[in-house]
Design a binder for this molecule. Structure first.
Ligand code: 5RP
Length: 234
């Protein structure tokens, strides 16, 4: 389903406008980070704008990255990256999304990093989503990214059908990246079904309870939505 036309945001076919909106959203989220915080860094082209915005603030923060790509870029900018193995909670985590529903449900994993991203989001006191105006959708739809264990892959693919393998390298944790193409309907029910399927490491459905705040870039401003039902917001 294409995103709804939005007169207040960049129009489809305006890639420069969407890039600017990613930057606007990322810069708004960077302002939530304070000296001394432990910060989880997501993955993707929107997070690519977050990293310089954070670096420019020269805060004393400790970061952990959800992908080698983010880790490399953050280090290049002088951000302090720690091994996630040494961190048991984050003050804040900031990440992009592929779809944002009005009730706060997300689809993530366009970059295949959703398993790590969900671990960091769940460990964060506040999980902040940054997105351009093409990401809000009236209702979530497929594809829903999957990370699968390679053992028994054909059997797992049959259980999650209709699905296709993505032509990308294994995840940094050795997982196979695939996409579920069936109906979404109730995201909570689909999330339960996918999570309960043997061989599925994790899926790209993120529940609203995980989300504290969403920033959507619309033109030159960032529209902020706070989700009161977030277990993690303070
Ligand atoms: C990676 C992700 C990304 O956050 C998501 O795909 C959005 O990416 P982008 O900011 O490039 O649009 O979930 O696994």
């Amino acid at each position: 389903m294409p995103p709804p036309e939005d007169p207040t945001g960049a129009q489809p076919g305006d890639p420069a406008g969407l890039e600017r909106e990613k930057q606007v959203a990322a810069e708004a989220a960077a302002q939530l980070v304070e000296h001394g915080m432990t910060v989880g860094l997501g993955t993707g082209s929107t997070v690519a704008y977050l990293l310089p915005a954070l670096a420019r603030r020269s805060l004393g923060i400790v970061c952990a990255a959800t992908s080698p790509r983010t880790e490399h870029a953050a280090r290049e900018l002088g951000l302090r990256i720690e091994d996630v193995a040494s961190i048991d909670r984050f003050d804040i985590a900031i990440d992009g999304a592929d779809q944002v529903a009005p009730d706060g449900w997300l689809v993530k994993g366009g970059g295949g990093a959703h398993t790590r991203e969900k671990i960091i989001a769940a460990a964060a006191d506040r999980f902040i989503v940054i997105a351009d105006s093409s990401k809000p959708v009236p209702a979530l739809h497929s594809p829903i990214p999957l990370e699968l264990i390679s053992f028994g892959l054909r059997a797992t693919m049959r259980r999650v059908a209709p699905a296709s393998l993505r032509d990308v390298p294994l995840s940094p944790d050795g997982g196979v990246i695939a996409d579920y193409h069936g109906p979404v309907g109730d995201p909570a029910a689909l999330a339960v079904r996918l999570s309960a399927t043997p061989g599925v490491v994790d899926h790209g459905l993120f529940p609203p309870e995980m989300v504290a705040t969403v920033f959507v870039g619309r033109g030159e401003s960032a529209e902020r939505t706070d989700f009161k039902h977030s277990l993690s917001s303070s």
